[in-house]
Design a protein around this ligand. Structure first.
Ligand code: F6R
Length: 255
């Protein structure tokens, strides 16, 4: 079972996730982090920046990137990761990889090879889409999928229109780590905030494991932490039990 922690707000969740990363890096200075874009992980990056850790030996791999947007576009995930992760954390650009570099035909396999060459991802940060996607694995994605080109749902394009002038400016395609790729990370940390995520989050954590709700693949993983605010956790059937488990967590047990 995933460890589900219901927190008062997203800043508290950000601090917990940053704390888990700090512990990991203390144990393994050359740890490999999986980073996400969008609004959800921002409190983690803010908290991590405040910790002023020595991150000079880590590597980071982003989950996904739009296809059809110039890499220098302010909303490309290359730009977003540079702005939200690489620069504030004082990382060298060479430490951080985002899929979609080079010819698109080779980009997916190249990215898989790069993750493998780095020794795999130690801790993967994840957000979840209102349609249940993780990475950009939209409903119907194979639970065994690898990094590849996908077509975004209209729902995802509408959700992400807030980053663009108009919904028509949101690309239709993306390159994303597959669900099989994401599952190989050694620790998954899924965050969700706000009422609009409550249904997808409850389905991912407590619903059937199904390609129709790609986030449900986390149930097949041996080490998952789910950090939510009250609103995103409001549709969890077993919320009281998760609160009880966390309140009685032994001191020796890490996240
Ligand atoms: C982003 C990603 C997506 C987002 C999801 C939620 O790299 O992989 O799965 O995590 O679309 O987006 P936000 O956080 O903006 O609500």
């Amino acid at each position: 079972m995933a460890e589900v922690v219901i927190l008062p707000d997203r800043e508290a969740a950000g601090m917990l996730a940053a704390g888990a990363i700090a512990e990991l890096v203390a144990r393994k200075p050359d740890a490999v982090l999986g980073v996400a874009t969008g609004s959800t992980p921002l409190p983690v990056y803010r908290a991590l920046t405040r910790l002023r850790l020595d991150l000079s030996r880590i590597r980071a791999f982003a989950l996904d990137e739009y296809v059809g947007l110039p890499l220098e576009h302010p909303q490309s995930y290359h730009s977003v990761i540079e702005r939200e992760v690489t620069a504030p954390l004082g990382l060298e650009p060479a430490q951080v990889a985002v899929p979609g570099d080079g010819p698109i035909e080779a980009a997916s396999e190249d990215y898989e090879r790069a993750i493998a060459a780095a020794g795999g991802v130690d801790l993967q940060l994840l957000g979840i889409g209102t349609d249940g996607h993780i990475g950009f694995n939209e409903p119907g994605s194979s639970l065994a999928s690898r990094t590849r080109i996908k077509t975004l749902t209209e729902q995802t394009r509408r959700d992400n229109a807030r980053f663009f002038a108009a919904v028509d400016d949101v690309p239709r395609h993306c390159i994303t780590q597959g669900l099989g790729t994401i599952r190989e990370a050694r620790h998954l940390v899924l965050l969700a905030f706000g009422d609009e995520k409550a249904d997808a989050l409850a389905a991912a954590v407590e619903g059937p494991v199904t390609a129709s709700l790609p986030g449900s693949v986390i149930q097949l993983h041996p080490r998952v932490t789910v950090l939510v605010d009250e609103a995103a956790g409001s549709r969890l059937v077993h919320a009281d039990y998760y609160r009880y488990v966390y309140a009685n967590k032994p001191d020796w047990q890490r996240l």
